[in-house]
Design a protein around this ligand. Structure first.
Ligand code: BDP
Length: 330
């Protein structure tokens, strides 16, 4: 065979090989595992799934997302650990348990820190919120990247009886999220705090292991807690924002363009979740009323603010700067 013919056959073969390689590359698409303790259909889950769809479209299928909802991969403490080691890539989690990894986050978990959910939204949308996301990313050994925020409204106590003042909580075992700050806060509010994973709460309420709990309307409704604790008292003692996090291990493997795309889509998910959230709160409140739940509005909130002052002092002291910045947000 002539040398020139040989070379041209060689290049044809190379060309064919590269054509063949295209579908192979497409096959090597990366599927990002996302996790949430909330069930399918919950605003946060829907918003993260939406992020996944956009990501798949923008990368022409190179990056996909698979949602593991309903706590199938574990409780939030567990999910955080799995995200740190890279077994989960995208996690939506409450700021509540995150402070075990990034202590500064406790600034957001203080009772009666945010004046109302609007105040919290201004924080998460603005530079102070970004500062906290950066803190999560840059805390040595967090092994997490702070992408965006989600809304969780305010948390309120629910039990079989109305809670209007600290004395009403006397002798009641109330479940709180796993964080010593929340245990101290609930005890200061007059209750007897017990921390346990979210997924275990329904049966704990049913069997009387606890007498009540505290959460927002969509959690109270979607977890069926109202069927075993049908009085919802608007104590609004915490407004705990939620986070969308990425595993640092997986993040570092992404190109700068993919990282920028995911950040952009995460911020869009933040805004989409908010709309879904507002709609869900209204709808769930109506359904709960239909099902005979009593909403107690005449709570002596000032008495709970006063009762929890030592908790703000104790847990807020190391984060005084951040707290001042949050309080200064108009
Ligand atoms: C819900 C949060 C969820 C927490 C849960 C809890 O969205 O992330 O796990 O409360 O109380 O409001 O554990």
């Amino acid at each position: 065979m002539l040398r020139r013919q040989f070379i041209s056959r060689l290049s044809m073969a190379a060309c064919a090989a590269s054509l063949l390689a295209t579908p192979l590359l497409a096959q090597s698409a990366t599927t990002l595992k996302a996790a949430d303790v909330h069930p399918k259909g919950y605003p946060n889950v829907v918003a993260v799934e939406g992020l996944g769809k956009k990501l798949e479209k923008a990368t022409e299928g190179r990056l996909k997302l698979k949602m593991f909802a309903g706590g199938v991969l574990g409780d939030e403490k567990n999910l955080i650990e799995q995200t740190q080691i890279g077994a989960i890539q995208i996690l939506r989690v409450s700021a509540g348990p995150l402070s075990t990894v990034v202590p500064d986050v406790d600034a957001l978990n203080l009772p009666y820190l945010f004046r109302n959910p609007e105040h919290m939204r201004k924080f998460v949308d603005g530079p102070v919120g970004q500062e906290m996301l950066d803190k999560i990313t840059n805390t040595p050994n967090s092994r997490l990247v702070g992408l965006a925020w989600m809304d969780s409204g305010s948390r309120n106590v629910y039990a079989k009886k109305a809670i209007r003042k600290p004395a009403d909580l006397q002798g009641l075992k109330i479940r709180v999220q796993g964080n010593p700050l929340f245990v101290d806060a609930m005890n200061a509010m007059g209750g007897n705090a017990i921390s346990m994973p979210f997924g275990e709460l329904y049966s704990a309420l049913q069997t009387g292991v606890v007498d009540g709990a505290e959460n927002n309307v969509p959690s109270y409704y979607s977890q069926n807690h109202y069927t075993v604790a049908n009085v919802f008292s608007r104590t609004a003692h915490t407004i705990v924002p939620e986070l969308l996090l990425f595993s640092r291990k997986a993040w570092d493997k992404l190109s700068a363009e993919d990282q920028a795309l995911i950040k952009k889509l995460a911020r869009e998910a933040q805004m989409e979740q908010r709309e879904l959230w507002d709609k869900t709160v209204v709808e769930d409140t109506a359904k709960l009323k239909e099902k005979g739940v009593t909403f107690v509005d005449d709570v002596d909130v000032q008495a709970f603010i006063d009762a929890t002052a030592p908790v703000r002092e104790k847990y807020g002291a190391p984060y005084a700067d951040m707290i001042k910045k949050i309080q200064a947000i108009e």
